[in-house]
Design a protein around this ligand. Structure first.
Ligand SMILES: *[C@@H]1O[C@H](CO)[C@@H](O)[C@H](O)[C@H]1NC(C)=O
Ligand SMILES: *[C@@H]1O[C@H](CO)[C@@H](O)[C@H](O)[C@H]1NC(C)=O
Ligand SMILES: *[C@@H]1O[C@H](CO)[C@@H](O)[C@H](O)[C@H]1NC(C)=O
Ligand SMILES: *[C@@H]1O[C@H](CO)[C@@H](O)[C@H](O)[C@H]1NC(C)=O
Length: 264
């Protein structure tokens, strides 16, 4: 009876503490889905994904194996077009993922949270949109997060401040906004954050643009603009009126002159 209770407690602890590792690791599924989500690409032609790590080196270009599992995937500069499949999370031993300098679209899948061994994530120079998922903070070994040169929007999640191993963090040249979380801002310099119009706070010098002063400027502009417009309008009205009355006077004078002229 006691062993049964212990077993029950153990199972409960296991399932509640470690829900993330309950994913079934499957490199073949990971790669098949990943490459299917990209448009057909001459750089990846005639690649089969079964048993990707049957050898010491993988038959997949850019993939490196260790102990029969893919641990590194370097697919930069390949003209890849399309979104990142959430099945990337099936590559559970992945430590380094480089998809930089392609035309990757869509969002960063939250499923990245299952890649608990991930240390290097380079998605820079793509067309990735949406938010930076706070769930990335789940990947405790993250050392490098390079997301520069995309169209990411929203705030920088404060949760990323809890990544104690994070050495390189680059979100420059996106469309991020809001205040830089103190936990992230104090660890990195300006070059990590530049090129995001709506972003403010340390280490960027800019402060939040006050909505009040902005609307005052807008009101003044609209006021000046409409003032100028009505001025131009009244001026043209006066001009036209003057012209018309001039023409009328001329007509009348011509008429009078004709009256005075003798008929032949
Ligand atoms: C593979 O990843 C997808 C997306 O995260 C998930 O739904 C699926 O359960 C995973 N498959 C396996 C076999 O773990
Ligand atoms: C990006 O990839 C293109 C080819 O797709 C290549 O010509 C260019 O040099 C690459 N840029 C960098 C910075 O590696
Ligand atoms: C990420 O990839 C880009 C382009 O391939 C490269 O220039 C950059 O140095 C990489 N980032 C890091 C932190 O290694
Ligand atoms: C920012 O820090 C990086 C290293 O993390 C360094 O290479 C770079 O020169 C620094 N840039 C500025 C503007 O201080």
């Amino acid at each position: 009876m006691r062993t049964l209770t212990l077993l029950l407690i153990l199972t409960l602890t296991y399932t509640t503490i470690l829900p993330q590792t309950s994913q079934h690791p499957n490199d073949e599924s990971c790669l098949t889905h990943l490459f299917q989500s990209f448009k057909p690409n001459t750089n990846l032609k005639s690649t089969t994904f079964s048993n990707p790590c049957s050898d010491f080196t993988s038959n997949i270009p850019g993939a490196t194996c260790n102990n029969g599992r893919i641990y590194k995937l370097s697919l930069q500069n390949l003209n890849l077009v399309g979104p990142i499949s959430p099945f990337i999370s099936n590559c559970t031993n992945l430590q380094s993922l480089d998809l930089s300098n392609n035309t990757i679209t869509g969002t960063i899948p939250v499923d990245f949270k299952y890649l608990v061994n991930l240390a290097v994530l380079n998605l820079s120079s793509n067309h990735i949109n949406g938010n930076i998922p706070p769930e990335l903070a789940n990947c405790n070994y993250l050392n490098v997060i390079d997301l520069h040169g995309n169209v990411l929007s929203g705030n920088i999640p404060f949760q990323l401040g809890s990544l104690v191993r994070l050495n390189v963090f680059d979100v420059s040249y996106n469309k991020l906004s809001g205040v830089i979380p103190e936990s992230v801002g104090r660890k990195f310099n300006v070059s990590s954050f530049v090129g995001n119009k709506g972003l403010y706070g340390y280490p960027l010098s800019s402060t939040r643009k006050s909505a009040g002063s902005l609307s005052v400027v807008a009101i003044v502009c609209v006021g000046l603009g409409s003032g100028l417009l009505s001025l131009v309008f009244s001026f043209s009205v006066v001009c036209v009126w003057l012209r018309l009355s001039d023409a009328k006077r001329e007509n009348e004078q011509q008429g009078k002159a004709r009256e005075l002229m003798p008929d032949y």
